[in-house]
Design a protein around this ligand. Structure first.
Ligand code: AVJ
Ligand code: FE
Length: 440
């Protein structure tokens, strides 16, 4: 018998599907002209209409044809929205559904999903529907593409198109040590019992981690500016050979969207130009920049295991938590879900600290780790190898913790993201670590 109330779970799923759709429509409103929705903002990104119809096509494949066994609605468009068939740069030239057709296609898919939900059995013996897994996968998928569309918005030229609510005021910010010591010893990495976790987060396994120090907060704009102003981009000794080659060929000397004017740093953020706020976590840096900064600071990037131990391990009870603060998501403990279109400042969200007192691990900025993306011992691809397995290898670096643009359902302490070390259009930052016993 199921350990969950299937009716209540279905209600939760219907609500979360609705919330994800409101978000997707909010990012592709008809306040944007059709030309904006179909344009190529950057060769790194899909046109908004591709993401929109892809969200619906993925939902049709997994929830209608898959879970509910319903006949294909529009099999002829599957190829257009298959991410592996067409790279992003090529998508604007495809015969994509125009905005209104894309909206009505995904609305029809959704109506059928909600119609069929009550008759789909969440069979505990069927890993696809047990615990509502495949529905959770589709909800998370929509939110991932919403974050991707936010990155497209950030790259977009022209007048601001999104509401930009100010960050909530903070009464006081705690002060204290810049880094904490995490004692040597094993911890539980990954999960085997989180019902909506992806294959790459599984299975739970013990990892023995030597003692290390990790920064309490992600690196701030002020600290990153000090690296720039100390000539960090001009010193090959801080960079790996591949990083130095990236520095030379890209010509980059600051995070993406930064410009220097009259002796100060400005940044463009969703169509507005503003002074770079010193206390915010730095974002839009690539792995090579994060790695070079860390070396300049006398530190290094944490490994994935170091990041996760600092985030999840509770040494008092010898157990890994789902979130830094505990098992249950609580609003206000992390800067997630597009509350405002920016990271928060060092000292904010102190109530989201981990058992070790490490802050802002979840939310704010995706944090680059030193680790390549690989399967854990005992990894089994599920439900399709194109989610994770085809990306395993030395080409991709792992990022952890989600950003301000990540929805709470699409991140947890065990969640793993990955990208090429040159990418910086994503909401990526980092924190530093160092092995215990080595000078900072
Ligand atoms: C997990 C964020 C790397 O957006 O490229 C989207 C997730 N998989 N559609 C991405 C994904 C299928 C993926 N990342
Ligand atoms: Fe996708």
């Amino acid at each position: 018998t199921a350990e969950y109330d299937e009716e209540a779970l279905k209600e939760l799923i219907a609500g979360e599907l609705g919330a994800a759709r409101n978000r997707s429509f909010g990012l592709t409103t008809d306040a944007l002209a059709d030309a904006d929705l179909t344009a190529q903002v950057s060769p790194l990104m899909s046109p908004f209409v591709w993401d929109l119809a892809h969200i619906g096509n993925y939902e049709e494949l997994w929830l209608l044809r898959g879970a509910a066994g319903i006949e294909p609605m529009r099999p002829e468009i599957d190829g257009l929205y298959d991410a592996f068939e067409h790279p992003r740069a090529e998508r604007p030239s495809l015969p994509l559904l125009p905005p209104d057709e894309a909206r009505s296609y995904i609305a029809t898919v959704r109506a059928k999903v909600l119609d069929s939900l009550s008759s789909v059995r969440f069979d505990p013996g069927n890993p696809l529907t047990s615990g509502g897994f495949v529905y959770g996968m589709v909800v998370q998928h929509e939110h991932m593409h919403d974050e991707t569309m936010l990155a497209t918005h950030q790259l977009r030229k022209g007048a601001p198109a999104l509401l930009d609510p100010p960050p909530e005021p903070v009464a006081s910010r705690p002060s204290g040590a810049d880094e904490v010591l995490i004692e040597a010893g094993p911890f539980q990495m990954g999960t085997s019992d989180d019902p909506w976790a992806y294959d790459n987060e599984r299975p739970v396994h013990l990892v023995d981690v030597p003692a290390y120090y990790i920064d309490v907060e992600p690196v701030t704009n002020a600290a990153y500016t000090a690296f720039i102003e100390a000539g960090g981009y001009d010193e090959p000794r801080w960079w790996t050979p591949a990083g130095w080659e990236w520095r030379n060929s890209s010509g980059k000397r600051a995070p993406a969207f930064w410009t220097r004017e009259d002796g100060r740093w400005l940044r463009r953020r969703f169509g507005r130009t503003e002074p770079v706020p010193p206390g915010e976590a730095v974002q839009h840096v690539c792995w090579y920049e994060a790695d070079a900064y860390a070396r300049w600071a006398g530190k290094r990037l944490p490994t994935e295991a170091e990041w996760e131990k600092a985030a999840r391990w509770d040494p008092a009870v010898q157990h890994s938590r789902r979130y830094p603060w505990g098992e249950v998501y609580e609003e206000g403990r992390a800067n997630l879900g597009q509350r405002s279109l920016r990271p928060s400042e060092a000292g904010d969200y102190a109530s989201g600290a981990s058992a070790y007192g490490v802050r802002r691990l979840i939310g704010d900025v995706w944090e680059w780790t030193s680790s390549d993306f690989h399967g854990y011992p005992g990894f089994r691809s599920f439900p399709y190898k194109e989610y994770s397995e085809v990306f395993f290898g030395p080409e991709y670096k792992v990022l952890r913790g989600g950003s301000w643009a990540t929805h709470p359902l699409a991140v947890r302490g065990s969640f793993r993201n990955w990208d090429y070390p040159i990418r910086r259009q994503i909401f990526s930052g980092f924190r530093c670590a160092r092995s215990a016993g080595e000078a900072a």
